[in-house]
Design a protein around this ligand. Structure first.
Ligand SMILES: [Zn+2]
Ligand SMILES: [Zn+2]
Length: 99
């Protein structure tokens, strides 16, 4: 038997009620807080929200050129000027390789 949220029309208090789909239609409960009328809340919204969040494929995430999906600084790093010491590094490497 499914559980439906019954919501008070007076104070918006809600509580889950175990009830048949047919039985919940037209079923009215007395609110324990204010004595108002509680009716079954529409469940269509819950179904839509949960299905979209759960079934959302991972590949819909925005993948950056660097392969990251999170907020990263790869693009900012790439935009930097070339390493000013690159020639010295190459020279040092060359010395190691060819000496
Ligand atoms: Zn109430
Ligand atoms: Zn990145």
């Amino acid at each position: 038997m499914p559980i439906y949220d019954f919501v008070c029309s007076e104070c918006n208090a809600s509580r889950p009620v175990l009830v048949d789909y047919e039985a919940k239609e037209g079923l009215e409960l007395i609110c324990v807080h204010c004595g108002g009328v509680m009716r079954a809340a529409p469940v269509a919204m819950f179904t839509v929200i949960s299905s979209t969040t759960v079934e959302q494929p991972a590949d819909q995430k925005k993948v950056k050129p660097c392969g990251h999906t999170h907020h990263c600084r790869c693009a900012a790093i790439k935009q930097k000027a070339p390493n000013p010491f690159q020639k010295q590094i190459d020279k040092a490497l060359g010395n190691i390789l060819y000496n």
